[in-house]
Design a protein around this ligand. Structure first.
Ligand SMILES: [Mg+2]
Length: 266
């Protein structure tokens, strides 16, 4: 299938047919529920998306999954009855269960040390920011001038490469962000796998919506049992795609109508 054929709103009947059991919704936060903004601290959902999300919790089990810390993503969404997965699923909280992935003490000490060194690099670039998320570190450079950004990325990689080569950390890249993570195989995909085995989600058809490279692991996990939907580009790895973040609202409205018309499996 070419990408034109996989545009979700031209494939609503195959999409509906794939919802064989009660669907559960896995929604990424930045770039999916919110537009991408220059300053990550300013990324909030629109009033309409927030209301839709609240209404959808009446019909679906909903997971909001993010690279942000659990505390951060929970404060931004602030709706009860949602399952929150922060730090790419390394910390999970819901009213039914919680989980913290233990990456071990040694790596935490190393991350703290690398955080200090990254701060030193970031200070040389106007607009660069290091975020210590406890389990992971992020270096944001959306506000750094393009040519300077290239130098920043090179400097960061030069610092981190030896640690990555020794298998002490993993370096991943997102949208204008570099992320230092523990050398575990835990990622959004593993988190989705773990979540779909919880009683409240077992047997549901997972629908995963995300816009970032880190969502690809989750797309692969849901592909056998559910539906993956990419937001914007990267449509190759997902079953369907939306043209941009603005269409997420349309998808949520569609899911709300389906639920109200009771046209859902299970
Ligand atoms: Mg995202």
């Amino acid at each position: 299938m070419n990408s034109v054929d996989r545009y979700l709103f031209k494939n609503l009947s195959p999409f509906r047919e794939m919802l064989r059991t009660r669907p559960s919704l896995f929604l990424d936060y930045d770039g999916t529920l919110t537009p991408i903004v220059a300053r990550p601290e300013k990324a909030y959902m629109s009033y309409e998306i927030h209301e839709l999300l609240r209404v959808l919790t009446r019909f679906y089990t909903i997971v909001v999954i993010s690279g942000r810390t659990l505390k951060d993503v929970m404060a931004r969404v602030d709706i009860e009855d949602i399952i929150y997965a922060g730090n790419h699923g390394m910390e999970i909280y819901s009213r039914w269960f919680t989980m913290v992935y233990d990456s071990g003490g040694t790596v935490k000490i190393l991350l703290r040390r690398l955080g200090d060194e990254l701060e030193t690099i970031a200070r040389r670039f106007n607009g660069a920011m290091v975020e210590d998320k406890g389990f992971t570190l992020s270096i944001h450079y959306r506000l750094v001038d393009t040519r300077e950004a290239r130098r920043l990325v090179t400097d960061v990689k030069t610092l981190l490469m030896p640690f990555e080569e020794r298998g002490q950390i993993r370096l991943t890249e997102g949208k204008k962000v570099l992320e230092v993570r523990p050398p575990t195989t835990w990622n959004k995909g593993e988190a989705v796998k773990w979540l779909t085995e919880r009683p409240i989600l077992r047997g549901t058809t997972p629908v995963y919506v995300g816009d970032d490279v880190t969502d690809i692991d989750a797309f692969r996990v849901v592909d056998s049992s559910g539906v993956s939907i990419s937001v914007g580009r990267m449509e190759d790895s997902a079953r369907f795609y939306l043209k941009g973040q603005a269409e997420v609202k349309k998808l949520m409205n569609y899911l709300k109508e389906l639920a109200e018309r009771r046209e859902l499996g299970g």
